[in-house]
Design a protein around this ligand. Structure first.
Ligand code: ZN
Ligand code: MN
Length: 482
């Protein structure tokens, strides 16, 4: 058994309309090389212009993750020769990144489902080293004897989010990425979709025998593009290194790629052929004074999930489960809060959203962001339940109609479905009639067979001209008979 140390470097495309250093539109899935200009093609003499939104979004992400920023942030050139970057350097940040420190909490529900029972370090927070901003490179497609290049992606703003070597298993790496993804969504700073390539993950992994040993040789896994690939690649790599170490084969610093089809990592290069990037400050761009930008961005920082969960449990009295479900998506949490009302117990609002709304959204394959029913209408509907006008089951039916016709009001739909409370006097007459017509059942109820109350309720419901609230009917029957 060896101690496993893992650090992650995540590249997240910032979801801006235009690129980092030019006015070309960022794009995905469009005709190759249709979103380019002299700047993002790296033509000689072209000069970069900073994208303020990309900088603000990076600082916002940093604040949401508890980072601090140096007073001045600076741009550097990372020199290398490769067709995906024809100016032969990437404009990035080396010594003065926009964000430093901070951390990403690992919530239980961020772990893979089958690993939630064996979480080694509950409530772990993975420390961040830095977040810097850089430009994405062009996309290469390698054919048998040639390579195709698409520059649409070149120059897309890219946040590089680097952890300290705090992770100890594939499952923690998985949980880290899920949690990070939630924050990026909540801040609306990156679409953070691994499948679309706007979130990309490199894994550094090393093994050693005991805590007092220095960190073992670092093996880097490149180009992991799905949650399952990340988990499988780390498992494979731990097993591979363990086997070699057991045989007395020392590991050397190297870079490997994950082959998803074969389910194995393959050697790409070792330290000997590592690049020397010869970083130096970019002469074309001025350093950024971070304080005024941070002031602009600070009001937009969403409430951290940790404090939201705590607030839902203490202020709203929700269970940890409910609080976790509602806060897993910042937009869902905001929906819940907008649908809440002091006159409705929070637990009931939470239940309706978790047991009803989420199911309907799931069936329609949409997220809460695209929910056609505004939260205010759900609040109106739940108010009708609270006042006894509608039964719980009736509210579900009303909501289904509301989902298809969100322009209608819940009470109009209730009318349309015939869900009307029968007036108290009318209901009284109906109940007396049913009691008179069913003497055997009434006697049985009085003798203690409360199940028959449901039968009598059904009789009242049938005879009513409108559809009264069945719970109200049962309560009235109970009051009269017991
Ligand atoms: Zn351009
Ligand atoms: Mn990078």
């Amino acid at each position: 058994m060896y101690l496993v140390t893992i650090g992650l470097e995540v590249h997240a495309q910032v979801n801006t309309v235009t690129k980092m250093f030019c006015a070309c539109r960022t794009s995905f899935g469009e005709d190759p090389n249709t979103h380019t200009c002299p700047v993002c093609l790296g033509l000689p003499g072209a000069l970069p212009v900073l994208n303020r939104i990309a900088i603000e979004k990076t600082l916002l992400t940093g604040l949401a993750l508890g980072c601090r920023s140096p007073e001045f942030s600076r741009w550097d050139r990372k020199n290398y020769f490769y067709p995906d970057m024809p100016k032969n350097y990437q404009t990035t940040q080396m010594d003065f990144p926009l964000c430093l420190d901070g951390g990403v909490p690992l919530f239980d529900d961020c772990y893979p489902t089958d690993a939630r029972k064996n979480i080694r370090t509950p409530n772990k927070i993975v420390r961040l080293n830095r977040i810097h901003l850089e430009e994405d490179v062009a996309k290469s497609t390698h054919l048998a004897n040639s390579t195709l290049i698409d520059f649409n992606r070149a120059g897309t703003p890219l946040m590089e989010i680097v952890t300290e070597p705090d992770l100890e298993s594939a499952e923690e790496a998985f949980a880290y990425l899920r949690s990070l993804q939630m924050v990026l969504h909540d801040c609306n700073t990156s679409d953070a979709d691994l499948e679309k390539g706007n979130l990309r993950c490199d894994v550094n992994i090393s093994l050693r025998e005991k805590q007092s040993d220095p960190l073992g040789a670092k093996v880097e896994l490149k180009n992991l593009n799905s949650f399952s690939a990340i988990r499988r690649a780390i498992h494979f790599e731990i097993a591979r290194q363990t086997e070699e170490l057991d045989l007395g084969i020392a590991q050397i610093q190297s870079t490997r790629r994950w082959n998803d089809d074969l389910g194995e990592t393959q050697l790409m290069r070792t330290k000997e052929d590592a690049h020397d990037y010869r970083y130096f400050p970019c002469p074309d761009l001025l350093p950024i004074a971070t304080a005024p930008l941070l002031d602009t961005v600070r009001p937009r920082v969403p409430e951290p999930r940790l404090s939201r969960i705590a607030r839902y449990e203490t202020d709203f009295g929700l269970t940890p489960y409910d609080a976790a479900v509602l806060t897993a998506d910042g937009n869902l949490a905001r929906y819940f809060e907008a649908a809440s009302d002091p006159s409705i117990p929070a637990k009931k609002t939470a239940n309706f959203i978790i047991n009803n709304l989420l199911g309907i959204l799931n069936e329609a394959s949409i997220t809460i962001t695209d929910c056609p029913v505004p939260p205010e209408k759900l609040r109106d509907l739940l108010t009708l339940v609270e006042s006894g006008t509608l039964a719980q089951n009736q509210a579900k039916e009303v909501f289904a109609v509301l989902f298809a016709s969100p322009e209608k009001s819940p009470s109009a739909i209730a009318d349309q479905l015939g869900f009307k409370p029968t007036s108290a006097g009318e209901l009284d007459t109906l109940i007396d009639q049913v009691i008179k017509n069913n003497p055997t059942e009434v006697e049985a109820v009085k003798a203690g067979n409360e199940k028959l109350l449901n039968f009598l309720t059904g009789q009242v419901m049938k005879s009513a001209p409108t559809k009264p609230n069945p719970k109200q009917v049962t309560d009235l029957l109970r009051a009269k008979l017991l």
